[in-house]
Design a protein around this ligand. Structure first.
Ligand code: SF4
Ligand code: SF4
Length: 170
């Protein structure tokens, strides 16, 4: 669709996002799902520095194609793991994120899911991750419209990055 026909939302003062998903989309994370925490997580530079204040980077992160990621690791359990038995380094046995539960913080990429951010013509565009429709249990299960709560998904510093594209995987 031509970007002129798509809704533009001012997420922060002077910072707009072009919305490609259905404006009626609602979302609420479903306790115990943990699907999106079974993968490696991209860390923007700011995330990397903030993570250093909360965790041992040498144990928790790796570099791939010049970018930093939280690693996946094999877990000694059957729940909250992918088919290969691994999940995000920070996903605890109880299905909670250690960073979120113990530090009230998480990387930007974790906030953005189930959305996806990319740049076109210098503008931030927001859509839904294709895989979210297959695996994320929180799509359209509540009254919380995503378009009205975009600041909860998109940290403001995405607008300051040369490359805010979120779909970069380990
Ligand atoms: S850092 Fe936390 S929220 Fe992000 S994928 Fe890992 S466990 Fe999930
Ligand atoms: S996949 Fe969706 S419902 Fe499941 S933990 Fe992630 S955000 Fe929550």
């Amino acid at each position: 669709m031509d970007s002129d026909e798509l809704p533009r939302v001012e997420v922060y003062p002077g910072r707009e996002a072009v919305v490609e998903f259905d404006p009626d989309l609602t979302f609420e994370c479903v306790e115990g799902c943990t699907w999106c925490c079974q993968h490696g997580v991209l860390l923007y530079d700011k995330d990397f520095l903030e993570l250093a204040e909360r965790a041992d980077l040498s144990a928790a992160t790796t570099q791939f194609r010049g970018e930093d990621f939280v690693i996946r690791e094999e877990k000694d359990r059957d729940d909250h793991v992918a088919d290969d038995g691994a999940a995000c380094y920070f996903l605890r046995e109880d299905g909670l994120c250690e960073l979120h539960a113990e530090h009230d913080w998480k990387p930007a990429r974790c906030s953005v899911f189930p959305l996806e951010v990319y740049l076109e013509d210098g503008e931030i565009r927001v859509t839904t991750r294709d895989k979210a429709w297959e695996h994320c249990e929180g799509m359209n299960v509540s009254d919380r419209r995503v378009i009205e709560n975009l600041d909860a998904f998109l940290p403001e510093y995405l607008w300051e990055l040369d490359d805010p594209v979120t779909k970069r995987e380990l």
